[in-house]
Design a protein around this ligand. Structure first.
Ligand code: HEM
Length: 141
């Protein structure tokens, strides 16, 4: 749909969105797009309180965490009023093209989830140690 093509959307700064954090003017960011949910809040099946809590903020994570249906995602498109400026986008640096779902490498590398590295590293050390022990045992015969 042309009006929602990212390149044609009105561009907002984070500071601008942050000002709309009340039930009277309720904006939030989901996947780098800006939503005006002032009118939708009352109709939201998950209640208006959860939306008020996210007012003026980036609600991408809470939105995804709920596991919203594809109907909900489609519904959301009705409330898009613009997008976040390129240099302020969360996914700006590493996103390939306009694929805002791509997880930037920097995020993976700097992730506090050390298990990303520790598990493979642990397995490698274990395999190496097993190999060394096995070859020592074999050569000792
Ligand atoms: C444009 C934005 C949003 C739209 C159009 C939307 C729409 C919906 C819809 C249609 C449902 C019913 C269940 C489903 O179809 O998935 C729902 C449930 C819910 N939503 Fe949203 N939602 C939006 C944003 C958010 C945000 C930002 C939160 C953040 C906390 C949130 C939290 C919830 C919760 C907690 C439920 C209830 C889930 C349940 O009962 O299992 N929603 N939403």
């Amino acid at each position: 749909m042309a009006p929602n093509a990212s390149s044609e959307l009105k561009i907002f700064s984070l500071a601008e969105v942050q000002q709309h954090n009340t039930p009277e003017s309720l904006w939030m960011i989901i996947n780098d797009k800006v939503y005006d949910l002032t009118k939708f809040a009352m109709e939201h099946p998950g209640g208006e309180e959860v939306l008020f809590e996210q007012g003026g903020q980036d609600a991408t994570e809470p939105f995804n965490d709920v596991g919203h249906s594809s109907d909900a995602r489609e519904m959301a498109e009705e409330y898009v009023i613009g997008r976040i400026a390129d240099d302020e986008r969360k996914s700006a640096k590493a996103a390939v093209g306009d694929n805002s779902k791509a997880v930037p490498w920097s995020e993976i590398l700097l992730s506090p989830t050390w298990t990303n590295f520790l598990i493979p590293a642990g397995i490698s050390i274990l395999v190496y140690a097993t190999y060394r022990t096995a070859s020592k045992l074999l050569t000792s015969f």
